[in-house]
Design a protein around this ligand. Structure first.
Ligand code: SF4
Length: 333
């Protein structure tokens, strides 16, 4: 084992970062945590992880989950396709692997929602396989340590870095600790703007530190401007205060979640509306601005016939809502 690997492991063991999924004996829990952590911060995931495992304590329970409770447990975490893929994968594990999560990275990668990174993470954290994980944090550490000028948002440089790390993780004898140490070092020490080089276990070998070029790595070409989408949504209540909600259409992203309807989706005349405010949200591929208008209808919603994707609702919190709708109802405008 090279001295830097020894120093990295010693640092990790001396500075553990408690997380509810760390040291969890159940590969299912590791898998759920890794899916939740995709594009989501650790602090956001913590309460969701605990609640999700209470609602769906094992693979069989997840495989049998209904849409409503599944989306409710995921509500607010975003990227809802992850929840549906998790259930699809659980059903495949029940059907094809006797209800036990497979250990091999290739078999894990064959399951819905599991790519190279997640397969490597599960294989190492749950089963001790020497498969290095390369996320943005890890790439930043080694781009600086080794002065690598690649764009690590692309798969090829990530794969090359994983290949370079493989003999080191094999020699470490502790793949789970090695991977978690790298992730933690990137998140807590080798941070994007102000790396804490003085306390970094990799400082003796770090070429960026030696040359004062931490700010030059990793190299990130400027991002494209995101396209803007605009819409007007309605806070419509009936004479009993019930709120009109629409089921989000389609099969991806927010499909199946409930949200405030647009004017076009309401099949009856709407009285004069009043401007309430605007709500902005950034998704991975676009920015969204919702103008919110409100009105009260002089009718009893329960008496009106509606298409199945619209509902008058007494208690919106009981339905899985889009993040934008939840925030608008909480007054975040
Ligand atoms: S010495 Fe500084 S720049 Fe180099 S890996 Fe450590 S924190 Fe990052």
């Amino acid at each position: 084992m090279e001295p830097w690997v020894e120093a990295l492991l010693a640092w990790y063991r001396a500075h553990p970062r408690p997380m509810p999924w760390r040291g969890h004996p159940d590969p299912y829990a590791v898998w759920v945590s890794e899916i939740m952590l995709q594009q989501t911060q650790v602090e956001t995931v913590r309460p969701y992880f605990t609640r999700f495992l209470e609602a769906f304590p094992n693979i069989a329970a997840l495989a049998a989950a209904e849409d409503g409770p599944l989306l409710k447990a995921w509500e607010g975490l975003g990227y809802y396709t992850r929840a549906r893929n998790l259930r699809k994968a659980a059903q495949r594990v029940m059907a094809e692997h006797g209800g036990t999560l497979p250990r091999e990275p290739a078999a894990l990668r064959a399951l819905p929602g599991i790519g190279d990174y997640t397969a490597a993470a599960i294989a190492s954290l749950a089963f001790g396989a020497p498969t290095p994980v390369v996320d943005g944090n890890v790439a930043r550490v080694f781009a600086r340590r080794n002065l690598l000028g690649d764009d690590f948002r692309k798969p090829a440089p990530r794969r090359a870095l994983a290949a370079w790390l493989t003999p080191h993780i094999e020699a470490s004898g502790a793949p789970a600790d090695f991977n978690q140490a790298m992730m933690d070092l990137g998140a807590r020490v080798c941070t994007p703007r102000t790396p804490a080089c003085l306390v970094c276990p990799l400082r003796p070998q770090c070429q960026a530190h030696a040359t004062g070029r931490q700010g030059d790595f990793p190299h990130t070409p400027p991002a494209r401007a995101l396209p803007e989408r605009r819409a007007t949504v309605l806070l419509l209540r009936d004479c009993h205060g019930r709120l009109l909600l629409a089921r989000h259409p389609g099969e991806r992203l927010l499909a199946g979640l409930w949200e405030l309807p647009t004017r076009e989706s309401v099949p009856f005349p709407i009285p004069r509306t009043r401007l309430v405010g605007t709500h902005r949200q950034t998704f991975s591929h676009f920015r969204q601005t919702l103008t919110v208008r409100q009105a009260t209808l002089p009718l009893d919603g329960a008496a009106a016939a509606l298409p199945p994707d619209l509902v008058w609702c007494d208690d919106p919190a009981s339905l899985p809502l889009t993040t934008a709708t939840r925030k608008i109802l909480a007054g975040d405008l």
